[in-house]
Design a binder for this molecule. Structure first.
Ligand code: HEM
Length: 399
C-alpha cells in the first residue's frame, strides 16, 4: 500500500465552481480509494473512481445498515466525541437495510416505480407542470424558479402518486426539508422527526391515504409501522432530489444559452441531455456510504471489517477513465453508466419517475419562457452546500 494512503483526509466539501464537485476530489482521484477521517473520530475510506464505486456498491459484503455506518459529516450540533452511529432501521425503512429484508420491501413497491408506471404518470406530470407555469406567467417576472416550479412539481408528483391528502403536504414537506438541513439544532431535528412521524402514523392509521399507499395497505402483509416507514423513505428520497435537479439543471442550461437553444432546437437530444445533467451535477453530494462486513480488497487496498466506505458519487461521475473530458457538460455525450442514482441493490427506486419528471420539466419550462434568464449574476446564487442534496436555494429568473 503506498504510504500516502495512510494519511486520512476529511471529506472534501469546498467547491471552486458551483457545478463541479468539491475541488479536493481532484487531488484524491488518482488511486480511486484512500483513507478518510471522520469528524467524530475514527477512520474509513473514500472511493473516488467509477470502477471502485461500482465494485463497492455491487458487493454484498458491504452493508447499508444504518447502525454500522460512521458519518463523514460533522454533526450540526454539539455532540461529545465518540461513536454516534444511528440506531438500527425500523421495519419498513428498507433504505437502511440489507438483503433479504431489503429485497422483500423493494419487491413490494417495485411495480409502483417501474419504467411503465413512470411513463403512465407522464400526462399527470405534464398537467401539473403546465399549471405551475401558468401561475408563474400570470404572476409575471421576476419569479423564484425553486419556489414556483422546481420544488412544487416533484413534490406534487410524489404526493399524488402516494395519495397523500392535500392538508398534510405542506407540513410534511417543510419538516422533511428541516431534517435535510445540515445546520439544524437538536431541538429542530427532534421536532421535525416527531412531526413527520406523527403525520405519517396518522395517515396510515386513518386510512385517508389514496394512491400507492392505499394499495400497499390493501396487500394486507405490511403493518402500519412498515407502511409509515416505506412512505417516509419514498417522501424523503423523492421530493428534494428531483427538485434540485430541476433547479440546478436549469441554471446550468441558462448560464450558457447555447445549451438552452440546443435543447429547444433538438428535442431528440432531451433524454441524453437529462442523463448528462444527472452525471455532471450529481446532487447526492455526500455519496453513498457502506460498511464492510468482512475484510474486502478494493482497488488494491484492504478494507477491514467494520470500516465505513464513502462512495463519492460526484467524483466517480467525473472519472476520466469512464467519461472523457468529464468536466465538460456536453448535452450530446453518451452519459449512460453514470452513478447519479447509485448502483447495486440500493439503486434509486424512483429513478424512472425522476427521469420522467425531468424530461417533462426542462422542455416545459424552456418552451413556455423562451427568453428565460437568470435575474441575478450566477455567482450570487446561494448554493446548497448546507443540505443533504446539493442544488440551489433560490433561482431568481426573468423573461
Ligand atoms: C433526480 C432525482 C434523484 C436522485 C439524483 C436520486 C439519487 C439516489 C441515490 C444516489 C440513491 C442511492 C443511495 C445509496 O445507495 O446509498 C437513491 C436511493 C433511493 N431513492 Fe432516489 N434519487 C432521485 C429521485 C428519487 C425519487 C423520485 C424517489 C421516490 C419517489 C426516490 C427514492 C429513493 C429511495 C426510497 C431510495 C433508497 C433505495 C434503496 O435503498 O433500496 N429517489 N436515490
Amino acid at each position: 500500500m503506498p504510504g500516502e494512503l495512510d494519511e486520512a483526509v476529511p471529506l472534501p466539501r469546498t467547491r471552486a465552481c458551483p457545478f463541479d464537485p468539491p475541488t479536493g476530489y481532484r487531488e484524491l482521484a488518482g488511486g480511486g480509494i484512500r483513507r478518510l477521517s471522520f469528524p467524530l473520530g475514527g477512520e474509513g475510506w473514500l472511493v473516488t473512481s467509477h470502477a471502485n464505486a461500482k465494485a463497492v456498491l455491487s458487493d454484498a459484503r458491504f452493508s447499508h445498515r444504518s447502525e454500522l455506518l460512521a458519518s463523514p459529516l460533522p454533526p450540526p450540533f454539539e455532540l461529545p466525541p465518540g461513536d454516534h452511529r444511528p440506531p438500527a432501521a425500523e421495519p419498513g425503512a428498507f433504505n437502511k437495510m440489507d438483503p433479504p429484508r431489503h429485497t422483500a420491501y423493494r419487491r413490494a413497491i417495485g411495480h409502483l416505480f417501474s419504467p411503465r408506471a413512470a411513463a403512465d404518470l407522464r400526462p399527470a406530470i405534464e398537467a401539473t407542470a403546465a399549471d405551475l407555469l401558468d401561475a408563474m406567467a400570470a404572476q409575471g417576472p421576476p419569479a423564484d424558479l425553486v419556489r414556483d416550479f422546481a420544488r412544487p412539481l416533484p413534490a406534487a408528483v410524489v404526493f399524488d402518486l402516494l395519495g397523500v391528502p392535500a392538508d398534510l403536504r405542506a407540513p410534511l414537506q417543510d419538516n422533511l426539508d428541516t431534517i435535510m438541513r445540515l445546520t439544524m439544532t437538536l431541538d429542530e431535528l427532534i421536532g421535525s422527526v416527531t412531526v413527520v412521524g406523527e403525520l405519517l402514523d396518522e395517515l396510515v392509521a386513518s386510512g385517508r391515504a389514496g394512491g400507492a399507499l392505499a394499495r400497499l395497505a390493501a396487500r394486507g402483509d405490511l403493518d402500519l409501522q412498515e407502511q409509515r416507514n416505506i412512505a417516509w423513505a419514498l417522501l424523503g428520497g423523492g421530493t428534494d432530489t428531483t427538485s434540485n435537479m430541476i433547479a440546478l439543471g436549469t441554471v446550468a442550461l441558462l448560464v450558457d444559452p447555447a445549451r438552452r437553444d440546443l435543447l429547444l432546437a433538438k428535442p431528440e437530444l432531451l433524454d441524453g441531455a437529462v442523463e448528462e445533467l444527472l452525471r455532471h451535477l450529481t446532487i447526492s453530494q455526500f455519496g453513498a456510504s457502506r460498511c464492510a462486513t468482512e475484510d474486502v480488497e478494493v482497488g488494491g487496498v484492504l478494507v477491514r471489517a467494520g470500516e465505513t466506505v464513502v462512495v463519492a458519487l460526484p467524483a466517480a461521475n467525473r472519472d476520466a477513465a469512464k467519461f472523457p473530458e468529464p468536466d465538460r457538460l456536453d448535452l450530446t455525450r453518451d452519459a449512460r453508466g453514470h452513478l447519479a442514482f447509485g448502483h447495486g441493490v440500493h439503486k434509486c427506486v424512483g429513478q424512472y419517475l425522476a427521469r420522467e419528471t425531468l424530461r417533462v420539466a426542462y422542455p416545459a419550462l424552456l418552451g413556455r419562457f423562451p427568453g428565460l434568464r437568470l435575474a441575478v449574476p450566477a455567482h450570487e446564487l446561494r448554493m446548497r452546500d448546507d443540505m443533504d442534496h446539493y442544488g440551489v436555494h433560490e433561482v431568481p429568473v426573468t423573461w
